[in-house]
Design a protein around this ligand. Structure first.
Ligand code: SF4
Length: 189
């Protein structure tokens, strides 16, 4: 739908400026563990696809991390298929759609999972630390934590966007890819 296209070499920089917290978190965990479980590969992989990462770049991206953990042979055998599958290149050739906030918020991540919505699934201390790392503190941080307490997760994310970009986001955040494209609009304006 929009013409934004991201390439392999830009992912880390774009994560710092324009990814919502859920996706920053998964990139961080992937870089740290060289692995993400199924739920994370789906949520993050489809987000990257929606953000304009081409299939070849997606394969290179996941391969570079996973091969450090499981070896490149096992990656090619066990994981590459599902990445091509997400791009509609295998199986029923469905072109899978990136998950909305609503879907991500209603996920039930288990031990060792890193998908889900941090506003919904992180404990308070971890969420505060993660927001601090994004440069958010003081009054804006307390306002965000207040929304979280009242279970207004998307509103909390919208306020994070606003604090981070210094603009108001009247439509509100309802999709991670919307967060990304709105951010790119602001930064490129
Ligand atoms: Fe991600 Fe949506 Fe949660 Fe924001 S509200 S962190 S975009 S799932």
């Amino acid at each position: 739908k929009d013409a934004v296209e991201i390439s392999l070499k830009d992912i880390d920089q774009l994560a710092k400026t324009s990814f919502p917290l859920c996706m920053r978190h998964m990139l961080e965990k992937l870089r740290e563990n060289h692995h993400l479980k199924h739920g994370g590969r789906m949520q993050f992989g489809l987000f990257l696809k929606g953000a304009g990462l081409k299939l070849e770049d997606a394969l290179a991206f996941w391969r570079a991390e996973f091969s450090q953990k499981v070896g490149s042979e096992r990656f090619d055998k066990e994981y590459a298929y599902s990445i091509r599958h997400n791009y509609g290149k295998e199986g029923k050739r469905t072109d899978y759609t990136p998950y909305s906030c609503q879907k991500i918020i209603s996920a039930t991540p288990g031990v060792g999972d890193h998908h889900g919505c941090p506003y919904r699934h992180f404990g308070e201390d971890n969420l505060r630390a993660a927001l601090n790392k994004m440069g958010i503190s003081g009054h804006p941080l307390e306002e965000i934590m207040d929304k979280v307490k009242n279970r207004h997760y998307q509103l909390a994310c919208t306020m994070t966007f606003e604090a981070e970009h210094g603009v108001s986001c009247d439509t509100g955040i309802n999709h991670p890819n919307q967060y990304f494209s709105e951010s790119q609009k602001v930064l490129k304006a």
